[in-house]
Design a protein around this ligand. Structure first.
Ligand code: ATP
Length: 861
């Protein structure tokens, strides 16, 4: 929030020289809006600022106090090591901060908006960063505008400029020249501005400014910020650390008091308290969580699911309902024309007769009311061009003969597309779209012998043929024309009184991997729902092929949904597996109803209008290939392959990441619990201190971090999918985990104390060295226990080679401390005999052996 205040002030100051005449309040509102959109949240921090922030932690403050106490007590080596560790921790924290920032940046790069431009007469897609003034920008519905540009060709362009002007209604644009100085942004109708969204129509515009030179860029350099927030998990862990710090201070005071009561010298009593504080603080916890989350998102990105923030990874594991588009997500979006109907005949592509007037008109219209080429464009339209080329008809030259005079672009709300062409000296309106939308507007029918009135029988025949096509899972497009005289403009109200030309059906085969993904989702307690703009019968046929719809399940249309009360919908919700002919508003209602049932919902979308539903869903999923920039902006996950199976895979990965974090936390805290119990026991029993603070810092920061990271790299197991989704409200430190932390800590603590007593038979220095070595090694072994719920027999060692590497590296570090003279001095360890080394190994291994046996018995049960 501080940042917003700062920026607003800068902008308000700038406003005095700005020509827009905006008020400070308006600018503040816009800045906040951008904050909400995630464009600006935190100012990018400098390296020193990040470094010094590492010391702000209460737990680090306790360590600093510990260091000072050591210094006062004359423990020079201890003091040096404590401060070295504190600085090392800060350096590691800083490196990690920038690493996480870099990985987020690279994720952002993957989801960065692109723009279509004409370069050397060729339409190319470029990263918005590569735009330069003078480029010709091609704008289409759904595009996020990333530069300021002047419109040169306009086809009913409408743009939402709310981010800039605060006005939520889309504004119509023009290519007329507007001259004059100091025209407010909102009135510059021949300009489009960076940060706006194209909601309708098309246009070509020449770029006048990019980056910081744009109007948006001028508003206080908004883009120059990074969006890195703490995840709920990190926040809850931070709170946990704070509570822990307070408890630690309390216990330290008690131990200190107790030691004084036993007439221990003050400095020794202080050192006891310091050891306890150091033992209890999980120094590496927060860094480990960030590392595991960042590694999880990188892995997902490699598997085609780009998470836009770390926070969503946690929610992903709780998803219990996946609402998915059909076309392109569950199906391949590779359309092939199959059967057609025109002039009273149903025929296959090969049987189209160019001598039949109705057949020929259908073919011509399929090329004209079409923006695609044989390879580029909407697959529905490319399929039509490919069909024409099968008959040797060249779409480009045919379009040149009948140029487009006007058009109404396709939009999935209207489900129609219309273009106006001059054909044989007269303007003809050509329309294609959904039959149910066009049929009520049809008055005549084209036959081989001319045009006749459309009676109810004829219309019924068309409906029957449409049903036959749809039942095979085919997508059906209806084609109609309307003579338009000399009129040169077309509006939506003109889309009526049509002459029916024909139907074309196309096959869009289901994706091969989708069927298995639906079955996998079901196994994991996740319901898959198909939400599509397509016809109900087509959608239901595909849903049945994929296993989404089973006997007893329902398919309904948007209009039926409108007629249902919330109560009725809530009752039928679990049975409805297909929603057809839906609008974006329906999507919001469906998400809402599932959320009211306590479900965590993921919703896919690609259009401009899908953005609110994507925001409403717990995990909004945008299509990377076919999705609009607006949808990508609103989503929390982007599928780079537009594939349903990737969503299911991402959910499993999300569950895996959460599980790994939970295991890593359990590992760190159970190890700490062992340390605390040992210090407490010796304090209460009036024995010499088992560990020096440096020993505990060595374990907490070095040898413990290695297995914790390895646990974070545990691959997602198959079994994860067979479990029901996690309850989103469940705390990561639930009772079960806390009990486990307690008893595993107790077990390791007991064997550490056995080591202590073995050493004590010689002297206290040996006792401390033995305790330190047993505790370190036991915690390294314990890393294997925390890889998962199952025993190592089931998990298998080699499935996570990092865990073996972490263990070996940890052992090597311990050996260095125990046997290299200079380190021995620094860590104040006594020389060990080979028998004592064997004792250490045996005692450290025993807790893991017991935990593994217990796990095996539990699995058997
Ligand atoms: P989904 O929502 O699963 O992606 P969809 O692609 O079928 O489904 P829309 O693109 O909204 O959804 O299409 C809705 C209907 O509009 C289609 O069933 C079809 O009848 C019609 N339609 C689709 N594409 C075009 C187009 N390019 N021109 C005209 N009509 C079209």
């Amino acid at each position: 929030m501080e940042f917003f205040k700062e920026s607003s002030q800068t902008v308000c100051a700038e406003l005095k020289t700005n020509t827009d005449g905006l008020t400070a309040a308006e600018v503040e509102k816009r800045l906040l809006q951008y904050g909400k959109n995630g464009l600006a949240e935190e100012k990018k921090k400098g390296i020193f600022q990040v470094f010094f922030e590492q010391f702000k932690d209460l737990l680090i403050a306790i360590l600093i106090v510990a260091g000072i106490i050591s210094m006062i007590s004359g423990e020079i080596e201890s003091t040096l090591v404590i401060f070295a560790v504190i600085i090392l921790n800060a350096v590691l924290g800083t490196v990690q901060h920038f690493k996480a920032e870099k990985s987020l940046e690279s994720l952002k790069q993957l989801s960065a908006p692109s723009a279509k431009v004409m370069r050397d007469g060729v339409k190319t897609e470029v990263h918005s960063e590569d735009l330069v003034p003078g480029d010709i920008l091609i704008l289409e519905a759904g595009d996020l505008i990333t530069a300021d540009a002047r419109i040169i060709e306009n086809y009913s362009l409408k743009v939402n400029e709310s981010s800039l002007t605060g006005e939520s209604e889309a504004v119509e644009k023009t290519n007329e020249v507007i001259s004059g100085d100091k025209i407010p942004l909102g009135d510059r109708k021949n300009m489009v501005f960076s940060g706006s969204l194209v909601t309708y129509g098309r246009a070509e515009a020449v770029i006048t400014a990019t980056g910081m030179e744009t109007e948006l860029g001028k508003i206080a350099g908004l883009m120059n910020r990074t969006a890195q927030r703490k995840t709920p998990l990190q926040i809850s862990l931070d709170r946990f650390s704070q509570k822990l710090a307070i408890i630690i201070i309390g216990i330290c005071l008690v131990v200190f008091g107790l030691s004084l009561y036993r007439q221990m010298p003050v400095l020794d009593a202080l050192l006891f308290a310091v050891a306890l504080a150091v033992a209890a603080i999980p120094e590496a916890l927060s860094s480990i969580v960030t590392i595991v989350l960042a590694m999880g998102t990188q892995k997902m990105a490699r598997e085609n699911a780009v998470m836009k923030d770390l926070k969503s990874v946690e929610s992903l594991g709780c998803v219990s309902v996946i609402c998915s588009d059909k076309t392109g997500t569950l199906t391949q979006n590779k359309m092939t024309v199959m059967e057609m109907y025109a002039g009273g005949d149903v025929f296959t592509r090969e049987k189209l007769d160019l001598n039949n007037a109705a057949h020929y008109m259908l073919l011509k219209e399929a090329i004209l009311v079409n923006d695609a080429t044989e390879t580029i464009g909407d697959p529905t339209e490319t399929a039509l061009v490919q069909m024409a080329s099968y008959f040797g008809v060249d779409a480009a030259s045919y379009r040149l003969q009948h140029p487009r005079v006007a058009e109404l672009a396709f939009d999935s709300d209207r489900k129609l597309m219309s273009t106006l062409h001059e054909i044989d000296g007269e303007n003809i309106l050509c329309t294609k779209g959904a039959l149910d939308v066009l049929l009520p507007r049809i008055t005549k029918i084209m036959t081989q012998n001319g045009i006749v009135q459309a009676d109810e029988n004829e219309k019924q025949k068309i409906i029957d043929i449409n049903r036959k096509f749809s039942e095979k899972g085919l997508r059906v497009l209806c084609f109609a024309i309307r003579p338009f005289g000399k009129c040169m403009e077309v509006q939506q109200k003109d889309e009526t009184e049509y002459i029916f030309v024909g139907l074309i059906s196309m096959m869009d085969p289901p994706r091969e991997e989708a069927k298995k993904a639906v079955a996998d989702a079901k196994l994991g307690g996740i319901t898959t729902i198909m939400i599509t703009g397509d016809h109900k019968i087509t959608a239901a046929a595909i849903a049945e092929q994929l296993g989404i719809m089973e006997p007893g399940d329902m398919a309904i249309e948007g209009t039926e949904l409108d007629e249902m009360s919330d109560q009725e919908l809530s009752e039928k919700l679990p049975l409805i597996r297909v929603y057809a002919r839906v609008s974006p508003e329906h999507k919001i209602r469906i998400v809402n109803m599932w959320q009211q049932k306590g479900k965590i919902v993921s919703m896919t979308g690609d259009g401009v209008n899908d953005a609110p539903a994507l925001k409403q869903a717990d995990i909004g999923v945008a299509m990377g290939i076919t999705g609009t920039e607006v949808a990508k902006d609103a989503a929390s996950m982007i599928l780079t392959d537009d594939n349903f199976a990737t969503i299911v895979k991402a959910v499993v990965n999300g569950r895996g990441v959460y599980e790994n974090i939970k295991n890593a936390i359990q590992f760190l805290l159970s190890g700490n619990a062992a340390g605390i119990l040992c210090v407490l026991f010796t304090a209460l029993a009036g024995l010499a201190m088992p560990f020096m603070p440096v020993h505990l810092l060595f374990i907490n920061l070095l040898t413990d971090s290695l297995p914790a990271i390895a646990i974070g790299m545990e691959p997602a197991r198959k079994g994860l999918l067979q479990r029901p989704p996690r309850d989103a409200k469940e705390s990561i430190l639930n009772q079960r985990t806390l009990i486990r932390i307690g008893w595993q800590g107790l077990l390791i603590g007991i064997f550490t104390m056995v080591g202590y007593f073995v050493g004590l038979q010689t002297d206290t220095a040996k006792a401390s060295t033995m305790a330190f070595a047993v505790l370190t090694l036991a915690r390294l072994f314990h890393g294997f226990n925390c890889r998962g719920e199952e025993s190592l027999v089931n998990l298998r060692l080699k499935t996570n080679p990092y865990s073996i590497g972490a263990f070996l590296l940890g052992v090597l570090l311990l050996a260095c401390v125990l046997f290299i003279p200079i380190l021995k001095g620094l860590f104040m360890v006594a020389a060990l005999s080979s028998v004592q080394c064997l004792w250490i190994f045996g005692l450290a291994f025993f807790p893991t052996l017991l935990i593994q046996i217990q796990k095996m018995l539990c699995t058997k049960k």
